[in-house]
Design a protein around this ligand. Structure first.
Ligand code: TYD
Length: 212
């Protein structure tokens, strides 16, 4: 059965405002009578939410980069098969706060796993499945980390605890992904007012999916 819905992922560093922008986009779609399914990674399905605790809590060095990538993709395979694809086959819009590009940026760029290794794991876990549109919220790493630490009230801080150089490599990887995939990815500068970012996101979505 052909896919009918639309799949949008949001990517960016810690503190780049993704979850706010996911909600703003959902509200803008709702005003056009489009009800989107909102989800996030790691997580989004019951099994993937269980894996979330394994990867986001504890010592930053808890897993080696390969094991960590396998865990993220195990969660992603479950999320994709059980939530994302069924919703798309139903004709729904799905918006995910992070998807596969995060593994290239964090486990690849950040933790140094070879891009080819991530690609091979990805091929097994989700085949060539990709979002129709990926919005990369880009901003200065140090400002993002300050924001993100300021709002953390929980134990899911493994990646915030990595050093600034880690986050800079992660940011660079997102920008490389955008350069390599201009059809799918749009980079939106995120160190400005929430309303301005939301407007840029909305213009991008309207144009890409020809909404009026
Ligand atoms: P989360 O608490 O959801 O924060 P954020 O608002 O930054 O998305 O934490 C998700 C963390 O997991 C984030 O630091 C990025 C990291 N991550 C990876 O390292 N690899 C992945 O494949 C995914 C999806 C997330």
């Amino acid at each position: 059965m052909p896919k009918q819905g639309h799949f949008i992922s949001f990517e960016g560093g810690d503190g780049s405002g993704k979850s706010t922008q996911v909600n703003r986009l959902a509200a803008a779609l709702k005003a056009k009578k489009i009800d989107a399914v909102l989800t996030r990674e790691p997580g989004g399905s019951p099994g993937a939410e269980e894996i979330r605790a394994l990867v986001l809590r504890g010592d930053p060095a808890r897993w080696n980069p390969l094991t960590e990538a396998l865990l993220f993709y195990a969660a992603r395979a479950d999320h994709t098969e059980r939530l994302i694809k069924p919703a798309l086959f139903d004709g729904k819009w799905v918006i995910s706060d992070r998807y596969s590009d995060s593994s290239y940026a964090y486990q690849g760029g950040g933790r140094g796993l070879a891009r080819e290794t991530v690609r091979r794991i990805e091929a097994i876990a989700i085949d060539d499945f990709k979002p129709d549109l990926t919005i990369i919220l880009d901003m200065d790493v140090e400002i993002g980390l300050k924001r993100s630490v300021a709002r953390q009230g929980n134990a899911e801080t493994r990646f915030e605890e990595m050093d600034v150089a880690f986050h800079q490599r992660m940011r660079k990887t997102f920008l490389d992904i955008a350069r390599r995939n201009p059809q799918r990815c749009v980079v939106i500068p995120a160190d400005r007012e929430v309303d301005e970012v939301a407007d840029a996101v909305w213009q991008t979505v309207k144009k890409r999916f020809r909404l009026r």
